[in-house]
Write a protein that binds this ligand. Structure first.
Ligand SMILES: NC(=O)C1=CN([C@@H]2O[C@H](COP(=O)(O)OP(=O)(O)OC[C@H]3O[C@@H](n4cnc5c(N)ncnc54)[C@H](O)[C@@H]3O)[C@@H](O)[C@H]2O)C=CC1
Ligand SMILES: N[C@@H](CC=O)C(=O)O
Length: 346
């Protein structure tokens, strides 16, 4: 009799906690789901087989001992599913190894396919070698059908010509709210508290998060894009970039003057600020642009992403995908979608 797959959840923060809550809600509604085996965070490992919500509480309440914990997945076996809800490069570096051992990986962490090209290629190879699945829907647009659409277009014989759009949920939310009067730093704190930013919001503000998403999308389109080929214009002033974690909150104030100036300049021209990422024949870039208010990329509100995909069949009129691109609930739902897709194939 085939063994039932089990879940090892890494990361019990904003996304990991929402994942446990949604898993429990779906299970109560009778959705067939693999059960938890363990939860882990940077404080330790917690047995979750009997009572996942209790294990989550224990994980969140565990004291910080300052020591990074290695992931004990010795108890996992072929067919189990690791869910990566961390932002850890060390965890992403292990995706290929797990896949090669037949352990499926479902990830919100973009540092698998969105970091070095060699790592992304190793992940692709390991999926074939280990006959294991890699669920990465949550890594771009928090599960919007972006990666899926690109992969389906490519599978249908289309070449992807260009992708352009608002790919940062937190920056979309910030520029939707920012009025040029109240300090920008206050809105960044709010976006962080709402769970839209990365654990370190400088990853969003520097354009690095969008760079990672462009790499993931380009590679899904069959383009071997490297991080250094994307021109990224950061919004982070040098003092904020250099701030230690404890000083981060105060250092956010250095954003206020330059962003007010950018806002006022755009306002005078009747334009709106949007952080736009793109790749295509003209190259790849991430940067803040002042767009006419009726520009298609100004559509949407809140944390909405809005992306135009041009391919052979959508050469003149692009395929537009819009919807919430950040937030714990949509991201956890995307992780569970991938998990369910994998579970039904086993
Ligand atoms: N917040 C959002 O809207 C979205 C987030 N994501 C991604 O989800 C991931 C998680 O984000 P958040 O939950 O906001 O972060 P968070 O900071 O709230 O939680 C991160 C968790 O990872 C744990 N962790 C760190 N290193 C670890 C290790 N080596 N082993 C096990 N656990 C470790 C931490 O202890 C913490 O529990 C990030 O990669 C982010 O890019 C993706 C799409 C949307
Ligand atoms: N921090 C990210 C969250 C989703 O990937 C964003 O702002 O889009």
């Amino acid at each position: 009799m085939p063994r039932q797959p089990r879940i090892a959840l890494l990361g019990t923060g904003v996304v990991g906690s929402a994942f446990v809550a949604r898993h429990q809600r779906l299970a109560q509604r009778g959705v067939a789901l693999p059960a938890f085996e363990l939860l882990a965070n940077s404080r330790g490992h917690f047995d979750a087989a009997a009572a996942p919500e209790q294990a989550l509480r224990a994980a969140c309440d565990a004291p910080r001992d300052g020591e990074p914990h290695d992931i004990d997945i010795a108890r996992l076996r072929r067919g189990d599913i690791v869910v990566d809800a961390t932002a850890s490069d060390a965890v992403a570096a292990r995706h290929a190894d797990w896949l090669a051992h037949g352990i499926h990986v479902v990830t919100a962490n973009k540092l698998g396919n969105g970091a070095d090209l060699m790592r992304a290629q190793a992940i692709a190879r390991a999926q074939r070698e280990g006959r294991a699945h890699y669920g990465d829907s949550a890594t771009v647009g928090a599960g919007l059908p972006l990666l899926r659409s690109i992969r389906e277009l490519v599978a249908g014989g289309d070449a992807i010509h260009a992708v352009e759009g608002v790919l940062s949920g937190s920056l979309a939310w910030l520029f939707d709210r920012y009025d040029g009067m109240r300090p920008f730093s206050g809105f960044v704190r709010e976006a962080r508290a709402a769970g839209y930013t990365e654990p370190d919001p400088r990853i969003d503000l520097s354009g690095e998060d969008v760079r990672r998403k462009l790499l993931i999308l380009a590679r899904a389109a069959g383009i071997a894009l490297e991080a250094h080929e994307i021109q990224v214009d950061s919004l982070v002033p040098a003092a904020l970039a250099a701030a230690k974690e404890n000083d981060l909150d105060a250092a956010l104030l250095t954003l206020d003057a330059p962003l007010r100036e950018r806002y006022q300049e755009a306002y005078r021209d009747g334009a709106k600020l949007r952080l736009v990422g793109r790749f295509g024949a003209a190259g790849a870039s991430v940067g803040l642009r002042a767009l006419p208010a009726d520009h298609p990329l100004c559509g949407g509100s809140g944390a909405d992403n809005r992306i135009a995909i041009r391919s052979d069949r959508y050469a003149e009129q692009p395929l537009i995908i819009q919807g919430p691109g950040a937030g714990a609930e949509v991201t956890a739902a995307a992780l569970l979608d991938d998990l369910i897709r994998i579970a039904v194939q086993l």
